[in-house]
Design a protein around this ligand. Structure first.
Ligand SMILES: O=C(OCc1ccccc1)c1cn[nH]c1
Length: 228
């Protein structure tokens, strides 16, 4: 998979050289390109924003630099991901689907956002997904992009050593994950549930599923179909 990011803060993504994604890049499983939007401006001040038509507070990102940045990165098979509070909620299912794509381009908006014509133009050239991480507002798309790249990157085939560990995570079967324990079996007067020390794999699996249901009922009833 190739990932391109267009941003006015390219240094922000230096951290993607580290850890799991750093290794996936070394192994050639994921290719990453970070592009400074200002490299696609031609005025002396490398201007990327301007005042909004129709008035109102704040600034809007100008279309010209974005058009050039997209021309330099888009292919017909690209999925353009636009982090925005006005987007479709991001889910583990979306991460799984996007992990199978060949090419993702993340467009990091700042200020009040990107001129709408850029999104419309991109949609004439490639698939565009306007995605929200949650119902809150960040100053720009960079943090949201980092989170999505981590959620998607770890699902790209070959990135995680043991894909088995991916099947029992929260949200994988639509439920929250069961509580986990490791040595010592007693810690500060608190002991690990006996069933987990029993060696009875059926009882352990049943206990874990019940814990998933109980935790999901308590914390995220919205995830449960009405009959559970
Ligand atoms: O703030 C966000 O994206 C950055 C952004 C993009 C466009 C205009 C303002 C801010 C965001 C919140 N949830 N998911 C994404």
């Amino acid at each position: 998979m190739r990932i391109d990011i267009v941003t006015i803060f390219p240094d922000f993504f230096g951290v993607l050289d580290i850890s799991l994604l750093g290794k996936a890049r070394e192994r050639g499983i994921i290719e990453l390109g970070v592009h400074d939007l200002r490299d696609f401006t031609y005025d002396r001040h490398r201007t990327v924003d301007d005042t909004p038509y129709g008035g109102g507070a704040g600034m809007v990102m100008r279309p010209e630099p974005w058009g050039e940045a997209l021309d330099a990165t888009l292919t017909p098979e690209t999925v353009v991901i636009v982090p925005t509070p006005a987007g479709v909620p991001f889910t583990q299912a979306a991460a799984r689907e996007l992990a199978l794509e060949k090419h993702l381009v993340f467009t990091c908006g700042r200020y009040e956002g990107i001129d709408q014509r850029v999104i419309d133009y991109a949609a004439s050239r490639a698939r565009v997904r306007e995605i929200s991480l949650g119902d809150y507002v960040l100053n720009g798309g960079e943090v949201a992009t980092m989170a999505m790249i981590e959620a998607i990157g770890r699902l790209v085939p070959g990135v995680i050593g043991n894909p088995e560990s991916l099947t029992e995570e929260s949200h994988e079967q639509g439920l929250l994950e069961y509580p986990s324990y490791t040595k010592p079996s007693t810690w500060r007067e608190r002991s690990v549930p006996d069933v987990l020390l029993s060696g009875n794999h059926k009882a352990i699996a049943d206990w874990r599923h019940e814990q998933q249901l109980e935790r999901t009922r308590r914390v995220r009833p919205d995830l449960l179909p009405d009959d559970q």
